[in-house]
Design a protein around this ligand. Sequence first.
Ligand code: CA
Length: 597
Amino acid sequence: MRKRHAIAATGLAVALLCSSGESPLAQQLSSPSVDEALLLAPPADAWITYGRGYDETHHSPLVEIDRSTVGRLGLAWSVDVGNDGKIETTPIVWNGTLYGTGAYSVVYAIDLKTQTLEWRWDPALVRGGYPAGGPRFCCGPVNRGVAIYRGNVYAGLLDGRLVALNAETGRMVWAVQTTPQGSDYSITGAPRVIKGKVIIGNGGAEYGGRGYLSAYDAASGELAWRFYTVPGDPSKPFEDEAQERAAKTWKGEWWKIGGGGHPWDGIAYDPEADLLYFGTGNGSPWNQEHRSPGGGDNLYLSSIVALRPETGKYVWHFQTTPGDNWDYNAAQSLVLADLTIQGRPRKVIMQAPKNGFFYVLDRITGEFISGAPFVNVTWATGLDPKGRPIEAANARYGEAPTRLTPGPGGAHHWPPMAFNPTTQLAYFVGQENGTLYSRAPGVEYQVGRWNTGTNFDFVARGNGGAVGAAPNQTAAAPPPAAAAAASAVTVDPVMRGFLVGWDPIAQKARWRIASPGGGGSLSTAGGLVFGSDGTGRFYALDAATGATLWETRLLPGVATPVTYMFEGKQYVSVMSGSTRGRIFTFVLDGKTPMPSR
Ligand code: CA
């Protein structure tokens, strides 16, 4: 029954959109499950992959809810999905069903027709994580979402498994351990399906590890390829030429604590160029003197890397933070767009990584086009003509505490960035924050603990959306002199979180509003940006000006909204609530009262 409803809705939306070149109705009728053709031309009325399309814009062409109607938005329904911790999911909506994830890698499906939980799959990971017996994870038991393809739902789990579930029943089809079992790796990111392969990364640099991106056959779960982001022990054969080249940029015995570089989030794909892009994480340990004594760029840490999706073969890379020393990973969301820059049409890839600079690169060649700070940045004084940061004199801090901005919380973290091709603005939540860094005298690898080789303290606290204050657990408390220096620093009262409308051509903010602890952004052709803050405020802004046009109050902790058509109406759904957890769904003239709790 659900399929019939979904097709009816699809037909209506397609009729509305046929002039804009969206996917034809015939294709959708013959595609009851998401296949390659749909992924290449994502239907306007659905939300079939994490970023809505391979370009990862988190932008919907739907226009029923627009600047003039958004004031009529009200609750249509909400469903309690059960939840035990921090949430970061972007739901997938297809064929009358919404697929989401919660804390501890729980996956669920909601029937849009009956507005009830269709199934809920809980891998029963130990709550509390390690050392309670569960998996290790740096930043909450979060999960950012699933991929759907040919009747399966794919999810990565905190314990490093990748699972395929039957989309109708939630029953497991296959599961594969993508990381060493019981290791310090975790998966929090959403898989993507490209050319029949499920692409998945991992996290865990703080614990000591060697990052990699893997591709598994979507049908069988068989490993197709793996690309390491850091070279291994050079006394053993390198996996590929890219590793051999990267090893020349490292010193010492980096492989003993892994090196880091975990790709835990951003993935995009350009089908025309046939390039898969992903972002890599910070170094492990953080302090480069402990990781690669004497320096070096330490490829491919804190980089955007382009690969061939069928083979995992390296094509190009751009390193945002050479020789990372600050936990400045570049795993953040990657967005593809076609922009005219200085009179020239450019196919670009954009990222706002933790280091505080907004980057626009040529996505075919990896060439740097432009970059500019989107927050107060003190670790670097700017970028050189090739996009390499010009480090401040004190950036490579020693044992004396040194205040640098951004701190390890990053100028932009997990919340997806959206991009509107009409306003040509990128939308994302970030935060102003700084940290006192000091190099620990030494670092001794300890299983299950942070191995950063760095003492640090968030000078600014209070942003629920940031990484959270976690002590370095491999070094003793800072010496009294360091503690005295720390207390003498004037501290920011809060991490000043914001949502910004960033012009990537002019490389400047068009507008910026306060939004501490916010979740991901949704852009729509209705001229709207949906966002949230950590208190549960959920709002719609004018995409051109940042003016608030509508707002409501959800539960503390809001993830990332999506929009879609169902039975002829446009809906907006978002998960909210770090404890319990609900999917809230809004529609024009929705009159359902907010749940009382
Ligand atoms: Ca990190």
